[in-house]
Ligand binder design. Structure first.
Ligand code: C5P
Length: 227
């Protein structure tokens, strides 16, 4: 099974308040995107395509191994993944889509997604339980109702797909659509999405506190990515 990964790295990261795109922000002395690429390769992916902000192509090329292909991202994550998928290659049996903003994803979490695809799933997402009480609020922010959390899951990346299934689902999707993940794209096409256990270390870096937490976890994941 030949697996190609698309890393969505074309975001600005304005909520992180950094002077460079979020994917280039250093963690343990290396850019977030370099961690994400290494985790995918260590987890069993054969090739990686990274979607980048067009103006920052040279900086990404300097930060990544030469065999990683770079492609200009778009105005939304959905547009960026669509651009990556266009070059992901017909050699791929399966495609994994990952956020550069999840640098400390352990290789074992990547391998679980690949194993479910090898087992015949057409779409796979890593998930974690919801541990907080979860509520719906009205327009004034007043609690309208509590949501039973037993069946709720937080969805992470990398998300895995049979390549032809993902290509067909993106082809069916409106050009202007902006979805927060790729499983939503295939679900819109009626494809069932299987779940596998995610990992707390795959947490997405969004605000400065997330980066501070990740700095504490660098050693743990580094030993698994570069044993
Ligand atoms: O903004 P957020 O953290 O939700 O973005 C998730 C991922 O999507 C990030 O890794 C970001 O770089 C990527 N992205 C992208 N193209 C955009 C916006 C976000 O590749 N236009």
């Amino acid at each position: 099974m030949h697996a190609v990964a698309i890393v969505a790295a074309a975001g600005s990261g304005s909520r992180l308040g950094a002077a460079v795109p979020k994917a280039l922000v250093p963690l343990g002395g290396r850019p977030l995107v370099a961690w994400a690429v290494d985790a995918l390769l260590a987890g069993g992916v054969a090739e990686v395509v990274v979607t980048v902000p067009p103006a920052e192509r040279a900086a990404f090329a300097a930060a990544l191994p030469a065999e990683v292909r770079l492609v200009d991202g778009g105005a939304s994550r959905t547009a960026s993944v669509r651009a990556g998928l266009a070059v992901a290659g017909v050699r791929a049996d399966v495609v994994l889509v990952h956020d550069a903003a999840r640098p400390l994803t352990p290789p074992a979490a990547v391998a679980r997604v690949l194993a479910a695809l090898a087992d015949g799933a057409r779409a796979v997402v890593p998930v974690l339980p919801v541990v907080d009480t979860t509520v719906l609020v009205d327009d004034d922010g007043v609690v309208a109702e509590a949501v039973p959390r037993a069946a709720l899951r937080r969805v992470q990346t990398p998300q895995g797909f049979d390549r032809a299934t993902l290509v067909a689902a993106y082809a069916d999707l409106d050009d202007a659509a902006e979805l927060t993940d790729d499983a939503a794209v295939v679900r819109a096409a009626g494809v069932p999405v299987r779940t596998v256990p995610g990992d707390e270390r795959s947490a997405k870096i969004t605000v400065p506190h997330d980066l501070a937490l990740a700095e504490l976890g660098v050693g743990l994941t580094a030993s698994e990515v570069h044993p």
